[in-house]
Design a protein around this ligand. Structure first.
Ligand code: GLV
Ligand code: GLV
Length: 328
């Protein structure tokens, strides 16, 4: 039997080609985030769905997808999905861990350097024709070598990010839900409580998943604890940072700068943020390399096909769902 699947937005071709070998599929033809009402309509009657982090897969969508056995998320983060409810409905959920670790860690470094050395701001200045000759006081930034790096959340991405600090001879502090001996062995990082990390780090990078516990983990109080020279990097999820408080801290010089790839209300950006020169803002592109996006696609398709075939996908987030199947 050929399965009937829906893909909420075009993903790299090798992945779609593989899917087409086994499935009748429909792909959202528009290169934009799928509208809510279209999502609700299109999931009906499908055996499986390949969805993105921009699709909110809640009770309503899962109920509309009455025949679906799996939602395969094209992302490592899965805060967009009500996994618990999916389990009660017997619907498997999978994600794409591992393949985007390096790309995301590299992006955190790109942002750190861009902010510390004012790369984007000075590029803008140059394009505007303002370069009038070398100046001893032009665009003074901060050295990165020898500084203290604070890593919040040391899963795969946080670990990869910290490992790359080695060539810059940095002292590494980390905070995490638990001591991570493997992280310490790989990076020489020292476990500290969050407040100590905020107070002592020169650069702070966020690598936690979004959950009720990590929402606004960095808010006004935390920003005040940071050094005035601190740089905050966020490649995790926007709501981990209270964006309004961040705008205020950046404006008032409570911290020195920020490098952001994610936003609290994507794709909206908090009022005032875009007017600041001490922030570098990318449009959620940390995993956006040719290689990585293709690997994410292949992984998402493999998960989808496994689920459709009655198996537990390799990157399943709720294997227990399979026992609920047909029971409600
Ligand atoms: C991207 O943000 C992802 O979670 O894969
Ligand atoms: C996500 O993949 C993480 O573990 O950091």
């Amino acid at each position: 039997k050929r399965w009937n699947v829906y893909v909420t937005r075009e993903i790299p071709k090798p992945a779609l080609d593989m899917l087409a070998q086994y499935c009748d599929m429909e792909v959202n033809p528009e290169d934009c985030v799928l509208k809510r009402e279209v999502l609700l309509e299109k999931v009906q009657g499908r055996d499986g769905v390949l969805c993105l982090l921009t699709d909110r897969i809640d009770k309503e969508v899962l109920d509309a997808a009455r025949d679906a056995v799996i939602f395969s998320n094209y992302a490592v983060g899965f805060d967009n999905i009500d996994v618990e409810y999916a389990s009660t409905r017997g619907i498997l959920i999978s994600n794409t861990p591992g393949v985007l670790t390096e790309a995301t860690a590299e992006m955190a470094w790109a942002l750190l350097f861009a902010v510390a050395r004012r790369v984007v701001e000075s590029d803008r200045y140059n394009r505007e024709g303002k370069f009038n000759g070398w100046g001893p006081l032009h665009f003074l930034g901060q050295n990165v070598t020898g500084k203290t790096l604070g890593v919040i959340g040391v899963g795969r991405i946080g670990t990869s990010f910290a490992k790359k600090a080695q060539g810059f001879e940095m002292k590494i502090l980390y905070s995490n839900t638990r001591v991570n001996a493997d992280f310490e062995a790989q990076t020489g990082g020292k476990y500290v409580d969050l407040d100590t990390l905020l107070q002592e780090s020169d650069f702070i990078s966020l690598h936690v998943p979004l959950s009720p516990k990590t929402k606004h983990l960095i808010s006004g109080r935390e920003l005040k604890l940071m050094k005035k020279s601190a740089i905050l990097i966020n490649t995790s999820r926007g709501p981990v940072v209270d964006e309004k408080a961040l705008v205020k801290a950046l404006k008032e010089g409570e911290i020195w700068g920020a490098g952001l790839d994610v936003y609290e209300k994507e794709p909206e950006i908090a009022p005032g943020l875009a007017e600041l020169n001490n922030v570098v803002m990318c449009p959620h592109i940390a995993s956006a390399t040719e290689e990585t996006r293709t690997k994410m696609g292949m992984m998402a398709v493999e998960n989808l096909l496994a689920g459709l075939g009655g198996k537990i996908p390799p990157n399943c987030l709720n294997p227990e769902a399979i026992e609920r199947r047909g029971k409600n």
